[in-house]
Design a protein around this ligand. Structure first.
Ligand code: NAP
Length: 313
């Protein structure tokens, strides 16, 4: 018997009610999730703006996976696209892909290295975007540490570069584009956070911190600008099939970038948090109720990988 016999009936009742409320809350969340995911028709962002107007989407990086998919799928919906990259070959490639898909799509390519002087960089960005009606912003650029390490052993320059790309750029892009979104009657901001924002990630502390920032920043902006019809969301990828080891390459856990972006765009506007895969959503719920077990597991996992790296050096 878990509850002692002399336990106050009142306390007993309170525990039952508390448990009931939590169960009901989880059930409601589950129903809402099923509704958003499988019952309502997916959002088509382009339909939120007048057809006759030229509307631009800005995507802050176009890696070969998620960023490229955002660009192609938004262009396919009918947006013109402004894309940023530090790589000329990537910019040329995305131009070809967009033109191949639909030669009528206008594309603006902007070469920037987000780790360079931020004030100068944003002067360039401001000039390049001047006159374009940017009403969709996807903050995809991110710096992920090259290797996991104890915080005091990482270089401060690398940490600060990560903060600059993962946070400063997002804040400055929002600051630059929100005023014109207000004037134009609304817009959408999509910030790529990560599932690790729930619980942190030992040995990747700065990265994990930046992703938590994105979540709180997005949530706050969302409510701040709801009256201006600017909807900000943060996305919580868990993993996608191109990044993870073989044992995690299970379709239900690690979707392709195409599928990931398609589902994410289909959910934009339904709330400030987007977790487009049921398996990820479920994992988040488990991680959220784990009483530190995941952090303990991370600790073990990363400690082992660091020791292995040190042995190999
Ligand atoms: N893939 C996943 O499983 C996963 C999981 C959790 C969260 N996420 C989040 O989802 C987003 C996309 O993920 P991903 O896996 O596709 O990321 P990724 O491949 O690491 O892409 C990051 C992008 O940022 C760009 N970037 C980095 N430093 C830059 C700089 N100094 N100047 C200009 N561009 C720079 C990279 O361009 P270059 O390569 O040319 O430098 C690349 O295009 C990220 O925000 C990531 O944190 C992804």
């Amino acid at each position: 018997m878990l509850i002692p016999e002399n336990f106050s009936p009142l306390l007993n009742l309170i525990f039952y009610i508390n448990g009931g409320i939590v169960a009901l809350w989880l059930f409601i969340q589950f129903c809402l999730y099923i509704y958003k995911q499988y019952i309502r028709s997916p959002t088509i962002l382009r339909n939120k703006f007048p057809k006759e107007e030229e509307v631009w989407a800005a995507i802050t990086s176009i890696d070969d996976e998620i960023g490229k998919e955002y660009t192609l799928q938004l262009a396919k919906q009918g947006f013109n696209v402004a894309v940023f990259s530090d790589s000329v070959s990537r910019l040329t490639k995305i131009c070809d892909l967009v033109a191949e898909q639909d030669p009528k799509t206008k594309i603006k390519i902007i070469k920037v290295d987000w780790t360079e002087d931020i004030d100068e960089t944003f002067e360039t960005v401001k000039n390049e975007l001047d006159g374009l009606n940017v009403q969709v912003l996807v903050n995809n650029a991110t710096v992920f540490p090259e290797k996991t390490d104890l915080f005091h052993e990482t270089h401060i320059e690398d940490d600060l570069k990560m903060v600059q790309v993962n946070i400063d750029v997002v804040v400055r892009m929002a600051k630059l584009l929100i005023p014109s979104m207000i004037t134009k009657g609304g817009g959408y901001i999509i910030n790529m956070s990560s599932w690790i924002m729930w619980n942190g990630l030992p040995y990747l502390s700065v990265y994990a911190g930046t992703k938590k920032f994105l979540a709180n920043f997005s949530l706050s902006l969302h409510f701040e600008y709801v009256k201006e019809k600017i909807k900000t969301s943060y996305v919580l990828p868990f993993c996608s099939d191109f990044k993870f080891p073989y044992f995690l390459k299970l379709g239900f856990l690690s979707p392709s970038p195409q599928m990931y972006v398609k589902k994410t765009l289909g959910l934009v506007g339904t709330g400030y948090r987007i977790s487009p895969f049921f398996s990820h959503w479920l994992l988040e719920k488990i991680i959220n109720q784990n009483f530190g077990i995941f952090n303990w597991l991370h600790n073990k996992w990363y400690k082992r990988s660091i020791n292995k790296e040190k042995k190999n050096d």
